[in-house]
Design a protein around this ligand. Structure first.
Ligand code: BG6
Length: 470
């Protein structure tokens, strides 16, 4: 095996990401109740070890120390999200909160001072509970409130932010809220989910329309979780199952948000099963004319599917699984803690899909990472987590990103999930993803071995790789 030096393009964005609800903590600025606060009040048992998002990584009080740690671990860029509930503490609407503006201004000014480019995301699963009560993403009024929030952020922080994002993983709240029970209020109704998905896409387009009026030098886009879909075999039944799964989970948001139109096959299928949301011609026009200018790719695992073996129970409400089953490939490599397959080459397939089918839009890996439980097991006598598995994970994925770039993919950076171990929704602090470990009792932060590796990686703009890339 030969060693090769993998060097990335100049000014490559090295960094990581997290979100407001997962890292900031409540603080004293005033903040509306979010769906996560509400759910915790109602069902604390749903959260791993009963930990809420009240304190999390306490970034709101420790951001100066944290920005220094960004520098120490080689960050030249970092993705935050701006909390809608903090900016509009009267339930997500009404008067803007001067204390929230002051907090984000201070945070962003300090990041700029330390030469860390700010990637600001406007929505990361954190709906104000009062707006969820009005229907959440099923409501046009909520879309209007979101656009007002977005517009306020462009006005207040436009001069400080490097790039903007309308949503992180918009598919997540649809699956979580309407199909799979991991987001409050846990409904089961595909058609209502389709309506919420449609209005999310409309909200993205309307926020982009508002952004254009500010004439900022930054770009605006969206961050999507995209798992390339692989059929069990080349049998036509498996190919069809894979195509339908791909339409539901990949093309549903990617096509309208980046290309401006909905995938025809998905529309035909939803029409046939009477699951299409309500919309107007004007909505379609807005979506078509306001598409993403930059695209974030979150990649964790591939999607493997096969043709259904069993008949559908039609008493179970309509859902994507009526058309396929998930396929457990023998010999697959697993991250058992999270239950996700590790398939490094999938990141390459994803980058090439974007190159070939989405106009090679400017893109970057906006999340990729490995959540591991009980990482104290890997601490040395000084208290540092020796996470060689994470270093290998990063290198093996980056090697395929590098290969995609050699083949012309327009990939501008790599952001790991995550920076300091943060709160992970219903999994709370079960799986740790960070370059820096967090002692929950003391809030002490300690750079892991992977954090040291990341600094070197960023300083050298690459690394030496020893495995074959097939
Ligand atoms: C991404 C989300 O899907 O995965 C993050 O954008 C999340 O918010 C991360 O924390 C890890 O997933 P999980 O479910 O282990 O927290």
């Amino acid at each position: 095996m030969t060693k090769i030096q993998l060097t990335f393009p100049e000014n490559f964005w090295w960094g990581s990401a997290w979100s407001a609800e997962q890292a900031e903590g409540r603080g004293e600025t005033g903040k509306a109740e979010t769906i996560w606060d509400r759910w915790y009040q109602e069902e604390p048992n749903r959260f791993y070890q009963g930990i809420s998002s009240a304190v999390t990584t306490d970034h709101i009080h420790r951001f100066k120390e944290d920005i220094q740690l960004m520098q120490d671990t080689g960050h030249n860029s970092f993705r935050v999200s701006i909390s809608w509930a903090r900016m509009f503490p009267d339930g997500g609407t009404g008067k803007v909160n001067p204390k929230a503006i002051a907090f984000y201004r201070e945070l962003f000014t300090e990041m700029n001072r330390k030469k860390i480019k700010i990637f600001a995301n406007l929505y990361h699963f954190d709906m104000p509970a009062a707006l969820q009560d009005q229907g959440g993403w099923e409501s046009r009024e909520v879309v209007a409130a979101y656009v007002h929030f977005a517009d306020t952020c462009f006005k207040e922080f436009g001069a400080l932010v490097y790039h903007w994002f309308t949503f992180n993983e918009p598919l997540g709240p649809i699956l979580g809220t309407y199909l799979e029970g991991f987001h409050y209020p846990n409904l089961l109704d595909f058609k209502r989910g389709a309506q919420a998905a449609f209005f999310t896409i409309l909200a993205h387009a309307k926020a982009i329309a508002a952004f254009k009026k500010h004439h900022l030098p930054s770009k605006i886009g969206v961050i999507l979780n995209l798992s390339p879909t692989f059929p069990r075999s080349q049998h036509p039944a498996d190919l069809e199952a894979a195509e339908i799964a791909d339409q539901f989970y990949t093309r549903s948001f990617l096509d309208p948000m980046v290309n401006g139109h909905f995938p025809k096959k998905l529309v035909a299928l939803l029409t046939e099963y009477q699951q299409l949301p309500d919309y107007t011609e004007e909505d379609l026009d807005i979506i078509q004319t306001n598409t993403a200018q930059i695209l974030g790719l979150n990649y964790y695992e591939p999607r493997r599917v096969k043709a259904r073996l069993t008949a559908i129970n039609e008493k179970n409400p309509f859902c994507p699984e009526w058309f396929f089953e998930n396929y457990i490939m023998p010999g697959r490599k697993m991250n058992e803690y999270r239950g996700w397959e590790i398939y490094e080459k999938g990141i390459y397939d994803l980058c090439l899909d974007i190159k070939n089918n989405y106009g090679n839009i400017e893109a970057f890996i906006s999340e990729n990472g490995m959540g591991v439980a009980d990482e104290e097991r890997f601490m040395d006598e000084t208290g540092q987590v020796i996470d060689t598995y994470r270093i290998e994970f990063i290198k093996d994925h980056l090697a395929y990103v590098w290969k995609a770039i050699q083949e012309g993919a327009n990939i501008k950076g790599y952001h790991l999930w995550t920076f300091i171990d943060c709160w992970s929704w219903i999994n709370a602090y079960k799986n740790r993803y960070g370059l820096i470990s967090l002692d929950l009792a003391t809030q002490k932060r300690t750079i892991k071995k992977s954090g040291e590796f990341y600094k070197q990686l960023s300083d050298q703009n690459g690394f030496e790789y020893e495995k074959d890339l097939r």
